[in-house]
Design a protein around this ligand. Structure first.
Ligand SMILES: Cc1cc2nc3c(=O)[nH]c(=O)nc-3n(C[C@H](O)[C@H](O)[C@H](O)COP(=O)(O)O)c2cc1C
Length: 101
């Protein structure tokens, strides 16, 4: 499966986790690419894949501002599957992604 992961990190923790996830997925035979959501945004959006993932840290119990901004302008996924991975304890971020399929 081709899996593209978009991530945001400010101090590197999320990138470390996303890289580990990439390694583990590749060990299972998947082709995985990582894209930073600000600098690599257009490549991330244009690159076809079977599954899209997002990794981001929590800021004030919510997704970080760059992730919220990304979500506001995110193209429709045409029912494509995606997954989220969030670094934190509290979880109020899912509603930010609702409404897009
Ligand atoms: C502005 C800001 C707000 C944060 N708010 C929370 C929070 O509400 N809950 C929490 O568990 N961690 C919070 N954190 C901690 C980060 O989620 C945590 O340090 C994370 O590992 C940072 O990931 P990164 O290195 O990929 O940026 C906050 C960090 C920052 C910079």
């Amino acid at each position: 499966m081709r899996i593209n992961i978009g991530y945001y990190t400010s101090t590197g923790n999320t990138l470390w986790l996303a890289s580990k996830a990439k390694e583990m997925m590749e060990q299972q035979g998947h082709a995985v690419k990582l894209y930073e959501i600000i600098n690599d945004r257009s490549a991330f959006e244009q690159d076809e894949c079977d599954l899209t993932g997002f990794f981001y840290p929590v800021w004030g119990s919510n997704p970080p501002d760059p992730m919220v901004k990304f979500r506001e302008n995110m193209p429709e996924g045409n029912e494509k599957k995606y997954f989220l991975s969030v670094i934190a304890v509290r979880c109020t971020e899912i509603p930010v992604f609702s409404g897009k399929k």
